[in-house]
Each structure stands twice: as C-alpha cells, then as structure tokens.
Ligand binder design. Structure first.
Ligand SMILES: [Zn+2]
Length: 334
C-alpha cells in the first residue's frame, strides 16, 4: 500500500516539475524571507509569509491552505509558480486573520477557477455564478466569509475576489483534488470560524492558529474563540494525527503544519494539548480560590512554558493569554 502511494506520488512529481521542485528545495530561497519546505513529493510548506502556508500539487492544479500576509503575496505566488506550472485552483482559509488571508486576492487572481470555461472536462460548462470571475475558488467557514465580505457588520478589508466562494456552515466540507480527499473540519477555538485541513493521502494536517509552535495559542474572545473550544480542537487534532509507532526510528507519521513555527508531529500536539489543559486547570483552581485576574497573572499559571511560548510584548503576550482563559472560564460556583 505504502509502496503504491510512493509510486503514485513519484509519478506525480515526475509529471509536475520534479526538477523545478528540486531546485526550489536546494537552491537559494526565492524571496529572502520565504522558506519552502518539502513534506511529500507533492506537498510543501511555505513559511515566512506571515503565517504558514500549505501547498498541495497534482494533476488538477494547486491547492493552497492560507495565503500569508498581503505584503508577502507576490513572493508567495512566485514560490508556488516555481513548484508547479499548473494554476492555483483552490484556496482554503483556516481563519480570517490578516496574516492568513492577506494573500487571497493576489493568489486567487494568480490562479484560475476550475469552474471557468473548459476546466471541468467533457460536458463541464462555465459557471459564472461560482467561478470567482475566473480566479481561484476560496473555501472557508461561513463565519470567515461573513467577516471577509463585511456581512458581519464591519466594512470589508478586502475586494470581493478575496472572499470565500464556497463558505460552509456544516461540521465539515470535503473536496477531492489531485487524487486525494481533503477534509476541512470546522472548530470553535482560536475564533468561532476556524478550520483544520486534513490531506488524507499526503497525511498532512494544517491547523491554522489553533497550534502555534512559537507562542501560546491566540484565543480571540471577540471573534468567538474560547479556551474549552481550543482544548476540544487540540484533542481533535491529537486524534486525527497518527504517531510514528511502533517504528519510531522510521520517522513516519502525520505531518502537522502549525499556524506558525516549525513542522510538528503527533507527539508535539499531545504536549501542546497537555500544556494548554494544565494552564487552564491552574487558572480554574485559582478562580475557585477567589483570586483576582491580577493575582492570577502574578502567580504565573504558565510557569514551565513561559520561556518557550510566552511573550512580554508583541501582539499576543503571556498576560493576554492568561486573561483570555480567565474570561473564558466560568466564575467560581457558589
Ligand atoms: Zn496566525
């Protein structure tokens, strides 16, 4: 089975520019800030564009998970074009943060809708209702769609070509492209519109900001995030990812692309989940002892992890993380 998959992937690589891919991997970086990391013959992570980007290649074209910041979009598009001569067909967004959707416009326009004339094979017409004016399709949860399009009350930050063309409200949306099933599973964790994306044959999960290997996870209460949702999402990820057991020295297992930081494996998801759970429990205990928020902050409930994941300044400090958990938990009962 494994050999058959390897052969299929090798065939894909041969038909779709293995030489270009190899030069992108071994040569100088395409843009100084970007790091293109090969995970499978047909799967890459682009780091350094604001948030991590997953790139799946194959005969149907390119599928991209998240698009980085607006400033990096030109360099990201160039990096993707160096990996495959085929157009970007789909963009999937994990949340509506600017550093994950900022490149939607440039990457969508740089791609081509499957629903534009002639792309769907024999009998496939030109569906002008959903073809994003010829640009690549965009999948995200309905909550992300509302925020990006301005339907949530705030004016839209982006032109309509950057808005989702396929928003979903159900627990999961699936698409099948490049010979593999892609599960887009909604979560209420970092925000109420998160999605994690599982590529079943490549065995890659893109987590968005539910997992940040450089910081404590951002729990944005204003956008409907919650600590319980975060822990539920981490538990879901721990269950979806498969560790390299019983042959750990072979280095297999599911590859996890976090929202930020380096690639991870199932064991690191377990550690991250345990850390967040322990910090939550510590803060709940302090609330139950009737400590105030300031007293809780002073008591360092993140002790043991502050050095690695904490921050004294910047957009997401340790104090902000503690405060978000505090406000997300019920007050002491009785
Ligand atoms: Zn992020």
């Amino acid at each position: 089975m494994k050999a058959a998959i390897a052969l299929a992937l090798a065939a894909l690589a041969v038909t779709h520019g293995a030489a270009r891919a190899a030069s992108a991997r071994q040569g100088p970086p395409i843009a100084p800030a970007l790091d293109v990391v090969q995970i499978q013959p047909n799967f890459y992570m682009i780091a350094g564009a604001g948030g991590n980007i997953g790139v799946q290649l194959g005969p149907d074209g390119v599928v991209v998970v998240d698009t980085g910041s607006t400033e990096s979009a030109g360099a990201v598009l160039a990096a993707i074009k160096a990996l495959s001569p085929l157009p970007i067909r789909y963009i999937i967004n994990t949340a509506d943060d600017d550093h994950h959707v900022g490149g939607n416009e440039v990457l969508a326009r740089g791609g081509e809708s499957l629903f534009a004339s002639g792309n769907l094979g024999p009998g496939g017409g030109d569906n002008t209702i959903i073809n994003n004016a010829g640009a690549a399709s965009i999948v995200a949860t309905e909550d992300v769609s509302q925020r990006l399009s301005g339907a949530a009350g705030q004016p839209s930050r982006y032109p309509s070509v950057a808005w989702p063309t396929e928003a979903f409200e159900r627990r999961q949306k699936t698409i099948y492209l490049n010979n593999e099933g892609i599960q887009i599973i909604r979560q209420t964790a970092h925000t109420d519109g998160d999605a994690i994306v599982l590529f079943r044959r490549s065995d890659v999960i893109v987590t968005g900001d539910i997992v940040d290997m450089t910081h404590f996870p951002v729990i944005d209460l204003a956008r409907g995030g919650s600590i319980q949702g975060e822990i539920d999402a981490l538990n879901a990820l721990v269950d979806l990812a498969i560790p390299s057991i019983p042959l750990p020295w072979k280095g297999g297992g599911t590859t996890v692309i976090p929202g930020h930081g380096r690639l991870a494996q199932q064991a690191e998801l377990v550690e991250y989940r345990d850390m967040v759970t322990i910090i939550r429990d510590r803060i709940q205990d302090m609330i139950n002892s009737r400590m105030t928020l300031d007293q809780i902050k002073a008591a360092s409930p993140t002790k043991g992890w502050s050095q690695r994941f904490g921050a004294e300044s910047g957009p997401w400090t340790t104090d902000m993380f503690v405060e978000a958990i505090f406000k997300s938990l019920p007050p002491k009962k009785g």
